[in-house]
Every structure is written in C-alpha cells, then in structure tokens.
Design a protein around this ligand. Sequence first.
Ligand code: SF4
Length: 416
Amino acid sequence: MAQLDTAQKLSILADAAKYDASCSSSGGKRRSSLGGKGVGSTTGGSGICHAYTPDGRCISLLKILLTNSCIFDCHYCINRRSSNVRRARFTAAEVVTLTLDFYRRNYIEGLFLSSGIIHSPDYTMEQITEVARSLREDHHFRGYIHLKTIPDADADLVTRAGLYADRVSINVELPTRSGLHVLAPEKSETRIETAMGFMHSAITDGADARRRYRHAPAFAPAGQSTQMIVGADTASDRDIVSRAAGLYRRFDLRRIYYSAFSPIPDASAVLPPSRPPLMREHRLYQSDWLLRFYAFTPEEVAAATDPTTGMLPLDIDPKLAWALKFRGQFPVDVNTAPKEMLLRIPGLGPRAVQAILQARRWRRLRLEDIGRLTVSLKKLRPFLIADDWHPVALTDRQDLRALVAPPPRQLDLFAG
Ligand code: SF4
C-alpha cells in the first residue's frame, strides 16, 4: 500500500464509508461533559450541529472505515478483494486523533466506524475496539460511538466493543438467504443472525443490570441496528417487509436501514446494471414505520404490495395503498374510533392521532379540526367521518385512487 498522508486516507476512507446508510445517532443516551472531565457532548447547545442529507441521513458523525481493504469478495461492495480501488488504512491511533480533532472543532457529534476485514475477523474487531477503548478510556470522550461489529469475531471482543459503544450494528446485507449466497458467498445468514442474537442478549442483560445496579456498565445503550441493501438481488418488497419484521421481533433492533443498491465501478456481472428507483427505498422506510409506529402487522403491510410482483406502489405511500385495498374498513369516525383505527386513516400520523384523542375528550371534532392536523385534507376526506362530514359512498368510487393520489411529479432527469 502506498504511503498516504492523513488527508489522503481520510478522503479515501470517508468516501468508501458512504455506502453504509446506518449512521443515525437517534436513541443514544445523552452524555454531557458539563462540570466534569471529558470532551464534547451529545446534547444540544454546545455548537454541535445535526446535519442531514436531503434523503434524511445523518451526517454529523465522522463516518469512516478503518480500512477499505478486505479479504472478502462481496459482489455489491466497492471494497471487495477483487475491486480495483485505491486502498488505504488508518491505525487505531489515527482514527482517535481525527475524531478528537473534528469533535473539538464541532464538526461532528461522534464517530461511526466500520471496516473491511483485514487478516481475520478477530484482528479487525480488535482494531475497531481499540479505537473506542482509547477514545473512552484515554481521552474520556463522551461523544456518540457507533461501531460496526464483525459477525465472525470472537464473542469477548464483541462484548468489549459493546461496552464502549453507544450503538452497535451488524449488516444483514441482503434480504434473503439465497441473495446472500449469490452476492456474498463468504458470509452466512446463520453466522450473522447468531451474532445478532448474541448482541441482543448482551444488550438486554446490560439494561437489566443497569436497572438493578446503578454502576453496572452500559452495553450499547442505543441498541443495535442493521442495514439491508435493496435492489441488488431479486427480493421483492414483500420479502423485505417479512424479513424486517422477523428481525425486529427476534433481535429487538432499534432500526433497519434500507439502502438502495448503487452500481459501483468495475461492478460484478451478477449485479443489475442500474440502481432501483430511490422512491423504492423511501416506500420501504414508510412500510417500516407502519410496522413500528402504526401497529400494522407484517401481513397487513405485505397486503399493500402488488399480488403479482410483491412490490409496493411507487406513486402512493403504503398506508394509502392498504386503505385503498381495504375500503370496507372506512370511513372511520374520528369522534369515536379507537386509536388503532385512527392510525389507519391515510394522512394521519401518530402525533395527529394523539391530538385527536386529546381534543375529543372535550368536544366533537369537525373536518376543519382534522384539517389543522394534516397537510392533505384531500387525502383524508373519503376515509373519515367527522361531526360535520359524512362522505357518501366515497370509498366505493371507481376513481378513488386518482382522487387521493398525489399528482405525478416531473422526474429529475439525473435522478438515480
Ligand atoms: S466483508 Fe464488508 S467490506 Fe468486505 S467485501 Fe464484504 S461488504 Fe465489503
């Protein structure tokens, strides 16, 4: 590997990390340096800005790889063994220095560290853990740390990583076992899920211990997350929703990130030539919200997909697609319906539903009251009853979809 200075390494290894979508710092326990030792703080008001890219990804973490060299050859990955990219590698000490420098300048609120696999999973995990150890123990760093852990690494190393990190994650990569087999033949779904199961137990035990003993060490208090690549294999949205629901149920994940596959230079011939529409990624995030915040079952979300292709519609959101399929459930009376039914009304989010439940304790709600809680009353009208609004057979109309769907938008010529 040619001798590179820190700036050159940073340019290569920050660029290589951009393919990983899972960098949100939500859910972290807030640390503060006020009145004590340490540098930085994850609480607001310290000059640390939270910046997001237009597609909602958090960019206020220093997001880098320890190295983009890898002994594995996953087809979809730009860092795979056979890829013809320029390689770089940081030492653990270099990542520590960079993180502290960026933190002190208020560029970041923490570190997101991942890595290609060098020498062996254990060796790589040791290096990743050493960065977090040094930040926490040598420099009393109170910022947020998200570590990617290596599924095949020794459990003791992973446990140590969890004691320093706020959040840990292991990427499941592909939604199906067959997809993983074809595109990442050196990885194994069983090993990935065993590692996630181990992490889940350690997080649960750590939280239990903290409840009982105030000074018990925290283990990844912001939980674990994972990422699925969308569109690199033939998995349908229905497959993805079903896998996501299983992962949430079994491993109590904080989040699943969906990352639309991006064609990479020198791409393997087994990959599709173009990326899926970004809107597909967006619809999957919406379906994820239905599972987590709207009490939809995986089967109900799956019912919003096209029965032939298993794909979610791109022109309307999955909740509206579900409502259009199950019109018999509507209209819902906002003055009497239970919370779970209010959450089914297209265009009403959990906050709006909470406001409705609160307000109707004192008075009967009219359409204009609901209008103040949403951006699109047009979308809601056919699906609800209010004190002064009783839609007559609107949900029976043949053209209901056209009536409530957002108008088609001119696509960006250069969008992926
Ligand atoms: S193990 Fe990770 S870094 Fe290595 S090729 Fe596979 S996805 Fe890329």
